[in-house]
Design a protein around this ligand. Structure first.
Ligand code: FES
Length: 109
């Protein structure tokens, strides 16, 4: 990939879109799970493992993205869906995850 100097906000937008196509699976819902310091300390990696397991068991196509801090450290672990930007906070139990996946699948996918 050729790297060009960005001279405008439009250049940045084009770069963002090209990277998005390059980096993400097309037409696959994503769960952006925070793996910042606070969320990691409060169990975000367990959330990711449980999400993967539940999605596989329910045959839900799901791409899980580990993100940096999402700015709500005191509410961690936090995660956000794409599409629809549904924000989940304090996801700490398996039942929370099952509920999140069930609601997202039922109403958003
Ligand atoms: S570390 Fe997760 S929101 Fe800040």
């Amino acid at each position: 990939m050729e790297i060009k100097r960005l001279n405008s906000v439009e250049d940045l937008g084009r770069l963002r879109e090209s990277l998005r196509k390059f980096m993400f699976l097309p037409d696959t819902p994503r769960m952006n799970v925070c793996c910042g310091t606070a969320c990691t300390a409060s169990g975000s990696h367990k959330v990711i493992d449980a999400l993967r397991r539940e999605a596989d068991q329910r045959n839900i196509p799901l791409e899980i993205i580990k993100t940096g801090c999402q700015g709500m450290c005191q509410k961690g672990p936090v995660m956000k869906t794409e599409p629809y930007n549904i924000f989940y906070q304090r996801v700490t139990s398996e039942q929370d995850l099952v509920n999140c996946l069930y609601l997202w699948q039922r109403y958003a996918l």
